[in-house]
Design a protein around this ligand. Sequence first.
Ligand code: DSN
Length: 443
Amino acid sequence: MPYLQKTDSEIYNLIKKEEKRLKDTLMMIPSENYASRAVEEAVGSVLGNKYSEGYPFKRYYQGQENADQIESLAIERAKALFGVEHVNVQPYSGSPANFAVYNGVLKQGDTIMGLSLAFGGHLTHGADASVSSKYFRAVNYELNKEGYIDYKALMELAKKHKPQLIVAGTTAYPRLLDWKQFAAIAKVVNAYLMADISHIAGLIAGKAYPSPVEYVDIITTTTHKTLRGPRGALIMVTKKGLKKDPDLATKIDKSIFPGLQGGPHINSIAGIAVALKEDSTKKFQKYVHQIIVNAQALAKSLMDNNIRVISNGTDSHLILADISNYGILGNTAAEGLEYIGVVLNRNSIPWDKNPPFYPSGIRMGTPGITSRGMKEKDMKQLGSIIAKAVQALGLQKKKSGITDSEERKRSFRTKLITSTKELKTLKADILKLTKKFPIPAAY
Ligand code: DSN
């Protein structure tokens, strides 16, 4: 980056530091991944200079001959990869994509029904703090005690509230979504069924997780998670959706532009096209199958090392673990693990007794570390390292007499982490792993 280095050394140095942070730590936030250099080159290209309001071959400004072809390629690649009838590649990210769907197909005050944020849904699925519950009436469904979606209860809730749209989508749910059951429920109340597959889109594209295409009307997804693309999103309309509402594609396109957005980010769309090309290979299919094998091996290792895993395992890329029996908060575990080089996030667990800012769990995933080439035996080691770190932090908290309310203060947590001697050895183990598995530039 010679130009950046010369023009703005502050930003240049921060990017270099971020490269080092990524290199020396393990990316275990399940919604993150390492895009290829090819994707980065497309996103960082001159395409960012172009205004292209409208859609391919129907633009408002001149100079579109390349933008039209780029957006068309992205659309065609997404249609082929997922097997859908219509794709909009312009949403700036997942949250605006979801809102664009609601805005396109619902009237203000209509009812949406999504998984509660506290049980692994997403803000945009009707959480109190989100505009999705300000402009629409939001009803949330929950999980049963075993940590699975309770489809019977969902059917009853749907019959009671008669939503116009049901969201089948999650951000912290390790198990398979039963698209068929969602479809049956949506049919009974004549609701649109929208699958938000942001977390699992790559798994679906690579045929490692059942596809919702046959069962739902609309699909939204971000492009930067398991799809390994740049930040952005897709809205897809299925054959089923067009049968239910022949104007569905037009409603969604109009909702994105001119409804909610102006000029699409053609540079991001080019990066999405590149990622979709990478995602249509046999190599990608192998990669996403390995993501799940790794997540299952990691869940097993955690459980073998006495960490409670919600629903006792996973069918996907992510694991939700309850660490409350070690007497520490998710905050302490996440910060302690960050200290040793395992970067994940604290998370509420189903039926959490603690508030979302100080939850009882941690959420982790294998997309990033599988991109680095790790396999089952590395998961076994990693599970044992994570468990040892959590256990050591719990013991140290007890030993040092830090109270639960003190633990809520960052200064106490930092003191606790730096005084937990075992973490030093574990940090060295993680650094060794990062050196053994460098971040690939190409896939
Ligand atoms: N922030 C994403 C996640 O981590 O799941 C969802 O938008």
